[in-house]
Design a protein around this ligand. Structure first.
Ligand SMILES: C[S@@+](CC[C@H](N)C(=O)[O-])C[C@H]1O[C@@H](n2cnc3c(N)ncnc32)[C@H](O)[C@@H]1O
Length: 425
């Protein structure tokens, strides 16, 4: 019976084109065998017993074949380290990168993987080795990179409550230094896996999230203990792996059989966090919509300010027309005097920072007719905000409030926000 392509194959990574003949791979994540450092225990292994030049040539061949079976939108992630030979450092990541550039790969990013659990000592004249390189290559400039999927929105400090315009609604953009502990020997795979150098599961999951969607294809030509393949399987991606050491292949299969179901469940539970990310995005945009008008009001000239009676704020379903705008917001403004030039004052303000930085496309409507204004208010509960605080409503708005001319209670909205900065410290 023909073996399923989407599995781990006992095959020399240099012969991957025998396995995959079409460009179907979305991402390759791999850590190549070390140069002449570790004996993985079989003939034809790359690294052990070779010259540096032959080693680089072999890697070039492997990644040339992978280039050919990768989609145009695909990427290659290589975890690799410099090493020391007698008396000097060999810059393997850079030699490697230049080598595979020759077959078409474009280097897009250098990420530093900070590893906490390294050996606590170093030789004389050296720093303690505490990081490795993650090199990111692409075939084209149009590569898949779902950055929103790995934004951090949970550990933001309280400032986003008052400064929503400074935060990306999907969360903080990740930095190019990643900190993940190295799994301790035997810790990975609940004892099923005993391998020299497994990659941290969370780190692999982060790369998979960033570069693929469910159903996409993940490849690891040097699968080792199969961290990349099993993570891909847990996250509902297809996987293809090659490895020459039969022992590792068996370990991986046993691991997947025993843990696959639980790990899938964990993945599904994590998807609920994504829902929270959507809620966070909604909240940031609502905060921005309300703060926008507060800032606009505060920048009006005093003779314009006294003309304003109430402002109704409602986020529109209309997709913004301008680039860099995330939402369209209706601002319906009840003014005391219809013959005035207040519209120009608002227009001028919204083309300049800070308002031009809010990502909001405003639609201003002015009326001095009370019943027109009332009929434009939406049904359902409405909330009253002051012209000083828009992250917490002051009271529920009732129609009779409209007649109370208050200098501060001027913003009405169907958006309900009730945040205390202190809760987010
Ligand atoms: C650095 S380890 C990979 C570790 C893996 N990322 C993990 O998380 O366990 C490199 C692996 O490449 C395998 N290897 C070496 N030469 C190979 C070849 N020519 N084809 C396929 N695999 C090879 C070794 O057996 C070893 O398991």
């Amino acid at each position: 019976m023909k073996k399923n392509l989407f599995s781990l194959h006992k095959l020399d990574a240099r012969k991957i084109s025998k396995l995959i003949s079409e460009p179907i791979v979305d991402v390759t994540i791999t850590s190549p065998p070390y140069f002449n450092l570790k004996d993985y225990g079989f003939n034809k292994q790359i690294g052990f017993g070779q010259t540096y030049e032959d080693y680089l040539e072999d890697l070039k061949l492997v990644f040339k074949n992978i280039y050919e079976c990768t989609k145009d939108t695909g990427t290659l992630w290589v975890i690799i380290d410099a090493y020391r030979k007698v008396g000097e450092v060999v810059p393997l990541p850079f030699d490697f990168s230049n080598k595979i550039k020759e077959v078409g790969w474009k280097l897009q990013e250098i990420i530093i993987w900070g590893k906490d659990r390294t050996v606590p000592w170093a030789h004389r004249g050296q720093m303690r080795n505490s990081f490795e390189y993650i090199l990111v290559f692409s075939k084209s400039t149009n590569y898949k990179f779902y950055i929103d999927k790995i934004r951090d929105f949970q550990s933001l400090k309280k400032w986003w409550v008052k400064y929503p315009e400074r935060y990306n609604p999907r969360g903080k953009t990740p930095e190019a230094i990643w900190n993940f502990d190295i799994p301790t020997q035997g810790s990975w795979g609940n004892g099923y896996i005993k391998h020299f150098c497994p990659l941290p599961e969370e780190m692999v999951a982060q790369i998979i999230k960033l570069t693929t969607k469910e159903g996409d294809v993940v490849l690891d030509p040097f699968s080792g203990s199969g961290t990349v393949l099993s993570k891909a399987d847990n996250m509902k991606r297809k996987y293809i792996g090659t490895e020459l050491n039969s022992e590792y292949i068996q370990m991986f299969q046993k691991y997947l059989e025993c843990t696959g179901k639980d790990k899938r469940r964990e993945y599904e539970a994590e998807n609920k966090v994504l829902l929270k990310q959507n809620e966070f995005e909604k909240l940031i945009l609502e905060l921005r919509a309300l703060k926008y008008i507060k800032v606009a009001f505060s920048r009006l000239a005093p003779n314009d300010k006294i003309l304003i009676n109430k402002i109704f704020v409602k986020i529109s379903d209309r997709i913004p027309q301008k680039r860099n705008c995330l939402i369209t917001v209706n601002y319906i403004i009840l003014i005391n005097d219809k013959n005035n030039n207040i519209k120009n004052s608002f227009d001028e303000l919204c083309y300049k920072p800070p308002l031009s930085k809010f990502g909001i496309e405003p639609i201003f409507t002015f009326t001095s007719n009370l019943s027109t204004f009332i009929s434009s208010l939406s049904n359902g509960p409405l909330f009253l905000y002051t012209n000083r605080i828009t992250h917490k409503f002051r009271k529920i708005f009732r129609l009779e409030d409209i007649n109370i001319s208050s200098k501060s209670d001027i913003i009405i909205s169907n958006i309900k926000i009730e945040l205390n900065e202190k809760d987010f410290e």
